[in-house]
Design a protein around this ligand. Structure first.
Ligand SMILES: [Zn+2]
Length: 170
């Protein structure tokens, strides 16, 4: 995936926000931490750059699905056990969830070693061969979906204006 990670983080966070209302988490913080989680796995680019690219950046722990699953588990427990419903548990959860979704998207567009570090690091998993269309279309679809969620009211207004102006022509 090239540019779809951030929009995916936005979509997931926006859709799930209502589920966390009782934690009194702020909307902007929730969306920001969600979007940060969606690109956090790629921060290993920095490390692979320092390391002179001896390894593909997907070989680092930030691209290990088990790492993100563990974070999801820990943050879910935190959410459940925190009787005061503090916002931090919700932020940790949306951050971890979007990190994990990054793994799914990278498996579609590239490869991920799903059971790393317990798996053969030379046997990455990819779904790219099973997808009949170019993954660029998927990225475009995600981007347009996020744009729609972001500017929903304006987009609907444009269409209703367009609709009414077409009525005038007829
Ligand atoms: Zn990645």
């Amino acid at each position: 995936m090239h540019y779809a990670h951030l929009p995916t983080g936005y979509i997931t966070s926006k859709i799930l926000f209502k589920k966390f209302e009782k934690t009194s988490v702020a909307y902007n913080a929730f969306i920001s931490w969600g979007m940060f989680g969606s690109i956090a796995p790629d921060l290993d680019f920095v490390y692979s750059f320092i390391d002179q690219n001896h390894y593909h950046h997907h070989d680092y722990f930030t691209h290990f699905p088990l790492f993100w699953l563990s974070l999801i588990l820990i943050s879910s427990l935190w959410l459940r056990l925190d009787r005061h419903h503090r916002p931090n548990a919700a932020l940790a959860f949306i951050f971890s969830l979007n990190g994990f979704i990054h793994m799914l998207l990278d498996t579609i567009a590239g490869y991920v070693i799903w059971f790393a570090p317990f798996a053969d690091m030379n046997k990455p998993v990819t779904w790219a061969h099973y997808i009949p269309w170019d993954t660029g279309f998927l990225e475009l679809f995600i981007f347009l979906w996020a744009l729609y969620l972001w500017k929903e009211n304006q987009i609907l207004e444009i269409f209703s204006r367009l609709g009414s102006s077409l009525d005038l022509i007829e």
